[in-house]
Design a protein around this ligand. Structure first.
Ligand code: AMP
Ligand code: TRP
Length: 336
């Protein structure tokens, strides 16, 4: 893999809460697509999860659940490397080195920290504050030697973190000599920000309090029907991509991404029909996409040893990749 020219792909997902349609359409479908074009690394970021309190047994289980869902969604361990972040010590090690070149002021401006720490800033963990630096380390470790760009497929909420990763790479390379490639965000136009079904001005999120806001990848068909039926649409009757109606717009965006049809075809399809028709058809579209994914997931979870095997092999491959870059970074900094 090392000798392959051209960019690499790396992305990560936290093993907290439940994976949902936003994660799937904003990130995971792109991972599945990109894995066939570039050497790709997908990481279940358990070290990021512990920046807020987690129950150890649940964290361990969630990590397997998320890995299983990624495989069920189409990540193919024979072409891509799938691994658990904490299994590859280079992530924590490089994160410390980057902590020492990142500035407090820059991290204080990170919106995700401000949102997550909320009014409890003083009580927030140091890890939560340094979270984006660990994310930079995740990415930069897969630059390869010689350094190549790293494509990072994510939802729009990660844009600011990727800018930090770019700046830290540039700062390091400038001070110590070129070790890291440039991180490049891959953020799709549609799907980069799937909104909550009840509150369509806020993104669909794992940690949301209202279960009706989120379609989880493991929701039953009845759950999907109920949640879509209850989704907020707004006033009016026509089924059109109208950005002034965020609820309707979000449902149509999900419809567009799952059906693969153009916006104008969708609008003509629903001409003369109402919101109830859209909701009924959308629910069935979601169910049809989730069903095979859920079936594969159940199969994967039945064979615990096989899943552990995939993660162990991913860990080996990721360690080889990451260690080469870590050693180059250490020697550039005068460590080791
Ligand atoms: P997280 O749930 O924060 O671990 O995010 C995992 C990936 O899913 C990241 O690339 C996020 O940007 C993406 N993501 C999370 N929520 C959404 C959403 N509502 N719409 C689109 N992408 C999302
Ligand atoms: N911070 C990302 C999120 O909340 C998860 C993440 C961790 C990540 N490390 C990464 C994403 C590296 C892309 C690349 O979604």
């Amino acid at each position: 893999m090392e000798s392959q020219p051209g960019p690499r792909v790396l992305s990560g997902i936290m093993p907290t809460g439940s994976l949902h349609l936003g994660n799937y359409l904003g990130a995971i479908v792109h991972w599945v697509d990109l894995q066939h074009r570039y050497p790709s690394f997908f990481c279940v970021v358990d070290l990021h999860a512990i920046t807020t309190p987690q129950k150890p047994t649940e964290l361990h289980e969630k990590t397997r659940e998320v890995a299983g869902l990624l495989l069920a969604a189409g990540i193919d361990p024979s072409v891509a490397t799938i691994f658990v972040q904490s299994h590859v010590p280079a992530h924590a090690e490089l994160a410390w080195m980057l902590d020492c070149i990142a500035s407090m002021g820059r991290l204080e401006r990170m919106t995700q920290f401000k949102e997550k720490a909320g009014r409890e800033r003083e009580a927030a963990s140091v890890g939560l504050f340094a979270y984006p630096v660990l994310q930079s380390a995740d990415i930069l470790l897969y630059s390869g030697r010689p350094p190549r760009p790293v494509l990072v497929p994510v939802g729009a909420d990660q844009r600011q973190h990727l800018e930090l990763a770019r700046d830290l790479a540039a700062r390091f390379n400038h001070r110590f000599g070129v070790v890291f490639g440039e991180p490049e965000p891959v953020i799709s136009e549609a799907g980069a920000r799937i909104m909550g079904l009840q509150n369509p001005t806020k993104k669909m999120s794992k940690s949301g309090k209202n279960p009706y806001d989120t379609i989880r990848l493991l929701d039953s068909p009845d759950d999907v029907r109920r949640k879509i039926a209850r989704a907020v649409t707004g006033p009016g009757r026509e089924v059109r991509f109208d950005e002034t109606q965020p609820g309707l717009y979000n449902l149509l965006t999900i419809y567009q991404l799952l059906s693969g049809e153009s916006r104008s075809d969708i609008e003509s399809h629903f001409q003369g029909k109402g919101y109830a028709d859209l909701k009924r058809e959308l629910a069935e579209l979601i169910i049809a996409r989730l069903r095979p994914l859920q079936e594969r997931y159940q199969e994967i979870r039945r064979d615990r040893a096989a899943l552990e095997g995939v993660l162990a092999e991913g860990c080996q491959r990721a360690r080889v990749e990451a260690d080469v870059v870590l050693q180059a970074a250490k020697s550039a900094m005068g460590l080791g």
